[in-house]
Design a protein around this ligand. Structure first.
Ligand code: FAD
Ligand code: SF4
Length: 278
């Protein structure tokens, strides 16, 4: 495997494709390469080419979660989501761009079971162990999206700028289908460069975890109030970050036997998040 360290965006994008994979902080990608879940002949390091830092409402995709959790320019919910993600060491390496594109933590997928998401026909979690899995959008794949910042950016209505286009974060994610098992709409070799994050009047992120530190969300709730409208989005409940039209959407959840508790967990978190931004 070779590692390329391009010094310009143009040479980074020219190096992508044909089996090469972009590398940011490497906190998700390197373990996947080590376990041969992802294979690559060439890694293209993005460190020197991605925008980094915060300028007004714009966040460079190369900004680390550690930098974001203390930045007073960004909405409170995003600071909280970054601060509650992973460990200090991981946050100081992991970038916001890489966080949005991290792979599922479903252990069947990580153990390379030939499941639906890997291109097979069966979701092993449905019949197997699935306590951490989904309560929405789980018909074909019941994985739970692991990113706290992604749910927050969805509630905030952020927009992404890639090297090819602008797209609302809601359009970045898609449920896997029979014909396309990807959970993002990024094209091969497309790079996230920047995020544009609207400033709400108030926002918050609350997270239920097995431990109070260094744990993925069982349920994460992001709430952002813009004038009289409050947007709610959840982490850890569907294969992608999940936008709610209202708290009543929980009545239409489709939990598996082992994930029904997540519906009960989400209700008080949503109530508290709404109270916090009211
Ligand atoms: C033990 C552990 C616990 C964790 N806990 C949490 C948690 O509680 N909450 C949470 O939200 N996250 C958690 N994470 C995830 C962590 O935050 C991510 O691994 C990290 O943010 C990924 O960023 P990175 O820069 O290291 O990405 P990388 O590992 O470098 O890349 C991840 C993926 O994104 C692609 N990529 C990276 N940057 C770009 C870009 N700009 N454009 C296009 N593609 C790109 C890579 O090719 C790769 O596919 C945890 C991770 C670990 C290992
Ligand atoms: S939840 Fe998704 S990733 Fe996990 S076994 Fe089922 S199809 Fe595979």
């Amino acid at each position: 495997m070779q590692l390329l360290r391009p010094e310009s965006l143009a040479s980074a994008t020219a190096s992508l494709g044909n089996g090469s994979v972009p590398l940011a902080g490497g906190t998700d990608l390197v373990p996947l390469l080590r376990d041969r879940i992802v294979t690559a002949e060439t890694l293209v390091e993005l460190r020197d080419v991605l925008p980094r830092g915060v300028q007004g409402s714009r966040i460079g995709a190369g900004t680390t979660l550690a930098e974001l959790e203390v930045d007073p320019q960004i909405p409170q919910a995003l600071r909280e989501a970054c601060a509650l993600a992973a460990s200090p060491q991981l946050r100081s390496m992991g970038t916001i761009g890489g966080n949005l594109l991290q792979a599922t933590r479903c252990w069947y997928w990580r153990l390379k079971y030939p499941c639906f998401l890997h291109g097979g026909s069966e979701c092993h979690a449905r019949t197997g162990a699935h306590r951490e899995h989904a309560i929405f959008g789980n018909e074909r794949c019941a994985s739970a999206h692991p990113s706290d910042p992604a749910a927050t950016l969805l509630a905030l209505g952020a927009t992404l700028r890639t090297d090819r286009r602008e797209l609302p974060i809601a359009d970045l994610y898609r449920l896997p289908t029979e014909y396309d098992r990807n959970v993002t709409a990024l094209e091969p070799g497309e790079l996230i460069l920047e995020l544009d994050v609207p400033e709400p009047e108030a926002s918050t992120y609350l997270k239920a975890m097995d431990r109070t530190r260094f744990s993925f969300a069982l349920v994460g709730v992001a709430a952002a109030r813009f004038g009289g409208e409050t947007r709610l989005a959840l982490a850890g409940v569907a294969p992608i970050p999940w936008l709610l039209d209202s708290p009543d959407d929980l009545d239409r959840a489709t939990p598996l036997p082992g994930t029904a508790y997540k519906v009960d967990l989400a209700r008080p978190l949503i109530r508290r998040a709404l109270e916090a931004v009211a």
